[in-house]
Design a protein around this ligand. Sequence first.
Ligand SMILES: *[C@@H]1O[C@H](CO)[C@@H](O)[C@H](O)[C@H]1NC(C)=O
Ligand SMILES: *[C@@H]1O[C@H](CO)[C@@H](O)[C@H](O)[C@H]1NC(C)=O
Ligand SMILES: *[C@@H]1O[C@H](CO)[C@@H](O)[C@H](O)[C@H]1NC(C)=O
Ligand SMILES: *[C@@H]1O[C@H](CO)[C@@H](O)[C@H](O)[C@H]1NC(C)=O
Ligand SMILES: [Zn+2]
Length: 416
Amino acid sequence: MKSLRLVVVLSSLCILISGHSERERLHDLMFKYPLIDGHNDLALQLRRFYNNELSQVDLHNVTKFATDINRLRAGHVQAQMFAVYVMCGAQEKDAVRLTLEQIDVVRRMCTEYQEFELVTSVQGLRNSEMKHKIACLISIEGGHSIDSSLPTLRMFYLLGVRSMSLTHSCNTPWKVIVFQRENNSLTHFGKAVVEEMNRLGMIVDLSHTAWDTASAVLKHSKAPVIFSHSSSYFICHHHRNVPDWILLELRKNRGVIMVNFHRNFITFRDKANISHVADHFDHIKKLIGAESIGIGADFEGAVSFPQGLDDVSKYPDLIQELLQRNWTENEVANILRGNFLRVFEEVERVRDQLSLNQPSEVQIPVEEVQNPCRLVLRPPKPKEHRQSSSSRAHHGPKGLLILAIGLLLSSFFMDE
Ligand SMILES: *[C@@H]1O[C@H](CO)[C@@H](O)[C@H](O)[C@H]1NC(C)=O
Ligand SMILES: *[C@@H]1O[C@H](CO)[C@@H](O)[C@H](O)[C@H]1NC(C)=O
Ligand SMILES: *[C@@H]1O[C@H](CO)[C@@H](O)[C@H](O)[C@H]1NC(C)=O
Ligand SMILES: *[C@@H]1O[C@H](CO)[C@@H](O)[C@H](O)[C@H]1NC(C)=O
Ligand SMILES: [Zn+2]
């Protein structure tokens, strides 16, 4: 009886110690390889709840969000791609202004809080880790943000944007939305956007695009691409997830799919937990290898999360589940950050290779973007000049008046 009690005590002590050391091993691993997450919509919440007034919130501890600095630290998050998303309703309206304002709020957040650091390169990302900072990367979510303009894309790059998803849930004039299944899903201008992103060193993000668009881009891009927040269609038949045939193309492209935790993308049932999320990782690994996987949880964007994965402090629990499923430490280190860093490095390498190329002057055909918010400035055609001077000859003062107004207008535009 006594010895039995001893055995019980000893074995429970063993479980305690091994459990403890397992948890320690996990935290050591994540300390060594802290997470780079592909997608977080905190900036959207700052607009919704605080009208982007950062002075109204303390980002160390925001209980109504799933993301704050304390919990990012607890979750071993070292870098976060912050989406600067504006609603599709802003397309053909003020999408560019709204995007600028979202970039502003991320830039402010990442400079005003000393725990954060805005980074725009692989080197910057690595340095921020040495300094124990949380690196902020800026990504545009939805090509409508550039209003079909490559110069606008370039200016966003100058402001620090290093990734853009080509569509959200609206068609851009040059892409096809997620719901459509057409073959002509990348137009001439769409190809120019991909080429210009390759030239600039901006990561192409295919989350939200139609599958055929994704496939067309995978064929066209010179650099590896990412799905910043999408999961496996094989495991959960949701159109936002990625089917196996595209995953196979992604492997050829050497890109990465960063798995989304949104409950609707994990399982159609009401209940989802960490095991269901791990199933997505297992399936993708089996199909295209662990070197093609990352994490893009979609906190603040998605509305509901699996049990046990409901805020940014919970990533270690998923990693523990993967280790229990016999993922090696090397595989885990790669999905935490190694794979994303490899893609980003290759994107920079392609940029360097293309450094002799001039900025693209490709423009979208005017008839594809006709809307009242778009002003087209063209000098008057020479023929019209002749017409107006002849009208002066024939109509005297009235013709002169028209000419004067014309001159006034053109000098007004020249001053701009
Ligand atoms: C965060 O704020 C809540 C109240 O809003 C408080 O109850 C909690 O203790 C705070 N947590 C930390 C870690 O400061
Ligand atoms: C799309 O597919 C249809 C039918 O296969 C074909 O007729 C059409 O030319 C294709 N369009 C493009 C742009 O490839
Ligand atoms: C998740 O739920 C399934 C039942 O749907 C169950 O078999 C599994 O053990 C659960 N996993 C965790 C980690 O709770
Ligand atoms: C992990 O590996 C161990 C020992 O090699 C084995 O007993 C166990 O069944 C494996 N677990 C899974 C989920 O494959
Ligand atoms: Zn999204």
